[in-house]
Ligand binder design. Sequence first.
Ligand code: C5P
Length: 201
Amino acid sequence: MSFTIAIDGPAAAGKGTISKAVAAHFGVGHLDTGLLYRAVGRRMLDGVEPIEAAQALVAEDLEAEGLRSPEVAQAASKVAVIPEVRAALVDFQRAYARRSGGAVLDGRDIGTVICPEAEAKLFVTASAEVRARRRFDELQAAGVEVDYDTVLAETRERDARDASRADAPLRPAEDAVIIDTSELDIAAAVARAVAAVDLRR
Ligand code: C5P
């Protein structure tokens, strides 16, 4: 039986960490769907036409170097507004969701568009300031030179683009459980997520 867990939310809300932990807890695979858009964004920065890049995407592209950089994040959110790019990435995501045993998919539109029938849906969020602070700390720890105000401005810019696009805008599914991690540590946030999924099993 397949059991799909959809985890959506804005950048740096803790979605990735929670998704990995939830997948490990239930012993299922995890697909970070942001990587698909990042891989297409990366190709666009290399001069490839984004729709063609999305149509040609293969699983190995998700392991390319440099997909986590802020530059690629901005490029990803730009290609993500193109309906043909989104359409080209649907089958890959749905095939992953149907893996036997179950799967966690995290992104922006998993519960609303990609897997509206998902058995469990979570929407992980936090204030823009808290998310920018976390991203800033991560980038600093990775040796990237950034200042907090720039990270905050980029966080807001990406949020606005993700929430306002016509095709698959960022919003919680009606039946999603909202987890605000602004005041939660990782263990507490993961515990809430696991408890919410358990209720649907
Ligand atoms: O989650 P991540 O920060 O890696 O996503 C990068 C960008 O990809 C997001 O800002 C968003 O524009 C886009 N994205 C999307 N739909 C998804 C996952 C990511 O539009 N399911």
